[in-house]
Structure formats: C-alpha cells, structure tokens
Design a protein around this ligand. Structure first.
Ligand code: KG4
Ligand code: ZN
Length: 351
C-alpha cells in the first residue's frame, strides 16, 4: 500500500492531493483562472507567485480533508516536468523540503504520466496495454501504455497542441480564456456543419501522410481567413457560435479518426483519454460512437480529473513507489521532457 501526498504546479492550477494507491483521499485544486483572465492567457511569472501564496493552505486543506497527519503519509511527490520552470520549482521545492523535514521518500513525477494515470482513478481495474490519447494545452499525443513508466509514442502533433488550438481560436473569436470551455459553450448554440474546415494532415517526404500525427496550425489559419472574409462580406454580427461549433467538430473528427486507426492498426482494444481537452463533449461524443462501432473500449476520466489536478500525480507516484522507485533530492525541473524518459526521474539503484 502507498499513501502519497502529491503536489502539482506545472501551469496555472495549484493542486495538492492525497492518494492511497488508486483511491483519492483528498484533492484540492486552487485555480488561477481569474488571475490570468485579465491578460488573456497564462503569465508565467504571475503563475509562480500565485503558487507560492497558495501552496501551503492547499497542503493543510488536503491533509485535513483526508483526516491524516504526516505520520500517515508514505511518500511526497511533485510534478517536475514538463511545464513552466518557475511554476514547477515552487511545487518541487516544497515537496523536497517536506520530504527532508518529515524524513519521507520523495518522487518527481512526469506531468503527462499523471494525465495517463487519471484514468486509473476512475477505472482502478484498468490494466496495460492500452492506448492513451493525451490532449492537453501543451501536448497532443498517442501513447502506447505498456506498464508503469513504459511508454511508446505512436503519434504526436507537429505544431499546436489541441488545447492550444482551442485557446488560440477562442482568442480569435473573442470568447476569452481558457479557450476550451468557452468554445464548447459557444458551440452548443451553433451548427457544426456550418463551415467546412480542413483537418490537418502531416505529409511524408516520400509522399502520403503520417497516419497518427496531428497538425492544428492550418485549421487555426483557416478560421482566421474565414473570420476576415466574413467581416468584409457580411454585415455584423459574425456567426461566432457556428464558427466555434465547426471548429470543435473538425478537431473532434480529426482526433477520433487517427486514434481509432492507431488502435486498430496496433490491435489495442482499450483507449484512455487524458488532458484538459478530454473534458470536451464534442470529442467524447465522436470518440465514443467510433469506438463502439469498432468494438473498442474507451475511458474518459471524470471532468475534474481531465484538467490539471494533483490526484493523477499522486496515483502515478503511488505506482512507482510500490515498485521501489524514488527520486534523489538533487532532482531539478525541466520545461520539456519526453514521456518515454520517465524512468530517468528515478534512482536506478532503487529499482
Ligand atoms: O491538461 P490541462 O488542464 O493542462 C495542460 O497540461 O496543458 O489542459 C488545459 C487545456 C487548455 O488548452 C484548455 O483550453 C483545454 O485544456 N480545455 C478544453 C476543455 N477544458 C479545458 N478544451 C476543450 N473543451 C473543454 N471542455
Ligand atoms: Zn496537464
């Protein structure tokens, strides 16, 4: 058994959770959305300062809600990569200090491995192998999950991440930040077939296309051109809801098509979806329908586990801890780190 106190501060949520294996004992998320809203996006320096102010109250609240004190904690974990360096440093330094103070093992956790583990919290019986479609603000990847710390990248975006595309298009349509939920709300009142938009494809130098790779920058440019064209050709207001619905539909269709093709080609019959965009109802609808058609299982975590939280970080840490993996107190933060390098975070001598 492993009871882990986990900290997540890689972007704009200060989150602390206590997790017992795959069960959430408490999960506190202090969102910074209202702080960054005035700037139209996350300001890294503001995020770090905000984490500093919020982290200690979040830790106290997590312990109180789990009705535990430090004696009941087996290990302390924090996200160490990838993410905003200053923001990551707040969580990592806090976790290392607590580990020293209370003489507990310390574990650094890869943020994307956390998103993969979110599905285990709602599906504790889930076992690898499965395919994870990871769609967040910074990443869009198809990852074959073979075991704890064992990942193979099968597909990725070549430019914008899916969440980034939602955020940029929302800004363009003046729908505000964060873009994903704003587009989703607007799309509910629009026609998804109003505009035909290009699904991004990534060409191979030798001809043809990479079957599981994504590209969203062309779609963003197509929306920009369309808005400019509509502004000159039609009288206001712009059909914002139709634009949002058509954009969401195109992203959902593209993500679904490549995920299903990948699962079928690699003969993987279970798909887990993770990251903020997994909260999107358009994607859920498309992927669930396509998976059912091909007799594949698809798991979406509950909405609060799709976006950034510390419960998923604790769940990943608990699995590593049970295998004897711990990190050295010299571990630093990294703005970028491939998910295939997760095992670099743990001291080999403990394995
Ligand atoms: O996983 P996440 O919370 O943070 C990162 O690791 O990046 O994902 C945040 C991203 C943002 O780009 C946000 O706009 C998007 O997820 N997002 C959504 C929805 N909720 C959040 N995108 C589409 N539909 C949503 N309902
Ligand atoms: Zn995330």
């Amino acid at each position: 058994m492993a009871i882990i106190l986990a900290i997540e501060t890689s972007c704009d949520e200060t989150a602390v959770a206590i997790v017992k294996n795959r069960q959430v004992c408490s999960s506190v998320v202090a969102s910074q959305i209202s702080v960054h809203q005035q700037y139209g996006g996350v300001v890294p320096e503001v995020a770090s300062r905000q984490h500093l102010e919020t982290i200690n109250p979040c830790i106290s609240q997590a312990l109180e809600e789990a009705q535990l004190d430090w004696d009941g904690i087996d290990g302390i974990a924090a996200t160490c990569a990838p993410g905003l360096v200053g923001a990551l440093l707040v969580g990592l330094t806090t976790a290392k200090t607590l580990a020293m103070l209370y003489q507990k093992p310390f574990l650094g956790v890869h943020h994307l491995e956390g998103h993969i583990y979110a599905t285990y919290l709602s599906e504790p019986q889930l076992q690898p192998p499965f395919l994870c479609l990871l769609v967040s603000g910074g990443h869009t990847s198809l990852i074959q999950v073979k075991g704890c710390g064992e990942y193979q990248m099968l597909g990725a975006t070549r430019d914008d991440a899916a969440g980034e595309a939602f955020d940029k298009v929302a800004r363009l349509l003046k729908l505000g930040y964060p873009g994903g939920p704003a587009i989703e709300r607007s799309a509910q009142g629009g026609n998804p077939d109003a505009f035909a938009l290009p699904e991004g494809r990534v060409s191979r130098p030798e001809g043809g296309y990479y079957p599981y790779d994504y590209s969203f920058s062309g779609l963003k440019t197509a929306i920009l051109r369309l808005v400019k064209q509509l502004e000159t050709e039609t009288s206001p207001p712009l059909p914002i809801n139709d634009l949002a619905a058509s954009f969401q539909e195109t992203v959902a269709r593209s993500l679904t098509k490549k995920t299903i093709a990948c699962a079928l080609d690699y003969k993987i019959n279970t798909i887990a979806v993770g990251g903020g965009v997994a909260a999107n109802s358009g994607l859920r609808k498309h992927l669930e329908a396509a998976a059912a058609k091909h007799n594949l299982k698809v798991h979406f975590p509950p909405l609060k586990l799709c976006t950034d939280n510390a419960a998923m970080i604790g769940c990943a840490a608990a699995d590593h801890f049970k295998r004897g993996h711990t990190s050295g107190l010299t571990l630093g933060v990294k703005s970028r780190l491939a998910v295939t390098q997760v095992m670099d975070l743990y001291q080999k001598s403990w394995v």
